[in-house]
Write a protein that binds this ligand. Structure first.
Ligand code: CMC
Length: 392
């Protein structure tokens, strides 16, 4: 057309400039503010990575303490929010509940909706990072009919989440450090991934000046889709459907058959055409957790065999379809006792920091305009209205 290019799925459109995350999909490289993801996952923790994503540098000791205190201070949610939960059916999908409660935060915090004020933006960002574990655990507790568990300020971010998920008032709940570490790693590995569908949605929503809580709710809605955040849930369902190691070849055959819509869940990535660097760390963590639990899970056996075959099979090799991070994260979450329908919620809680970091960056960018893609119109040319009596 000369004025714009047709680019469905935006595979060749740079929508923004960003200093946060670098991905080289061909080489399998992922850097946050320049730091390789495997170094962060192995040597840092989630709140430190959150600080890095938000502020651009790793915190020094004083900055780290301040940040941890600030986040900890915001983990409680307004008591009225309990009523929001109680308005949902107990069998509601927790992602539907999360979209509702996070969107509703704008109704609770009128003080942080001036997006031109950097201080207000940071308070809103802290609130979102701090409250997501509380919301996620509340969604779980509500679904199983147990009382909500209040956050504990003496615990780390990951420990506190496990505590709110699994503690019950009448029993002593001990946090397993291997499980807390696995959860923390899982959160780090999902914290940001540059301009994926949900992050682009947050930026697009935010480009109109919408308040941060509404923007993050839009991100959660986008993440819910099975081609995005719903993938680890889909991986588990697929492994259960496969059922035994002997049936794997049938499913591999189905994945290759172009007349069959079945795809191998947890394989392939829009950007990585090499081993997803996050998958390497997730794979190690997955084995640590399963060893600790003494489980030799049948699903894990199927997963390992599937991985082996897919990495050798011509179809997958030619198309560069490697296991992605979600292939392993579902197995870890299941081993930690987290029900499948909560997997995407945990992805959302980890990705919240990426969303808020990208949202802040967008607002501070002087070149940023309201996001407004064009289209290629393929409908009818102009025609005259036909009265009902004359329609065939
Ligand atoms: N199983 C079988 N075939 C596949 C798969 C798969 N998982 N993924 C891609 N292909 C084939 C596809 O049929 C196509 O073949 P052909 O060239 O013969 O038509 C070729 O590989 C390229 O696929 P594509 O759909 O053009 O690739 P894409 O970059 O648009 O899709 C994807 C990426 C992630 C949507 C896709 O690989 C997929 O559906 N994977 C399974 C779902 C999944 O695991 N999603 C999680 C992504 S990572 C999480 C995140 O970052 O949010």
């Amino acid at each position: 057309t000369g004025k714009f290019s047709y680019d469905p799925g935006y595979t060749a459109t740079g929508s923004c400039k960003s200093k946060i995350t670098y991905i080289d999909g061909e080489q399998g490289v992922l850097l946050h503010r320049g730091y390789p993801i495997d170094e962060l996952a192995e040597q840092s923790d989630f709140l430190e990575v959150s600080y890095l994503l938000l502020h651009g540098e790793l915190p020094n000791a004083a900055e780290r303490d301040r940040f941890v205190n600030t986040i900890t201070k915001h983990t409680m949610v307004h008591e009225q929010i309990n009523y929001l939960y109680r308005g949902f059916r107990r069998d509601s999908h927790p992602m539907a509940v999360m979209i509702g409660v996070v969107g509703a935060l704008a109704a609770f915090y009128h003080d942080t909706t001036d997006i031109d004020d950097a201080k207000q933006r940071m308070i809103a960002s802290h609130r979102l990072i701090a409250k997501m574990p509380t919301f996620a655990a509340m969604a779980y507790k509500y679904s199983i009919g147990q009382p909500f568990v209040y956050p504990r300020n003496d615990l780390t971010y990951a420990e506190n989440f496990l505590h709110m998920m699994f503690a019950v008032p009448c029993e002593d709940y001990q946090i397993n450090p291997i499980h807390a570490r696995a959860m923390d790693r899982l959160l780090i590995l999902h914290a940001d991934h540059e301009q994926n569908a949900s992050t682009s949605t947050v930026r697009l929503a935010g480009s109109s000046g919408a308040n941060p809580y509404a923007c993050i709710a839009a991100g959660i809605a986008t993440l819910w889709g099975p081609a995005h955040g719903g993938a680890n849930e889909a991986v588990l369902q697929m492994l259960e459907e496969i059922g035994t190691v002997e049936s794997i070849s049938t499913f591999i055959g189905r994945a290759k058959d172009k007349d069959d819509p079945f795809r191998l869940m947890g394989f392939g990535h829009r950007v990585y055409k090499n081993y997803d660097p996050r998958a390497t760390v997730m794979r190690e963590t997955c084995h640590e957790v399963l060893d600790d639990l003494g489980l030799s899970d049948e699903l894990l056996k199927i997963a390992m065999e599937l991985e082996r075959i897919a990495l050798e099979d011509k179809y997958f090799v030619e198309r560069k379809l490697y296991p992605n991070v979600d292939f392993y994260s579902g197995l870890i979450l299941q081993a930690l006792g987290i029900p499948t329908h909560l997997f995407t919620v945990i992805f959302a809680l980890a990705r919240t920091v990426g969303w808020v970091a990208q949202w802040n960056e967008m607002i501070e960018d002087p070149e940023q305009k309201i996001g407004r893609p064009r289209q290629l119109y393929t409908g009818p040319a102009q025609r005259s209205f036909v009265p009902l009596s004359e329609r065939a």
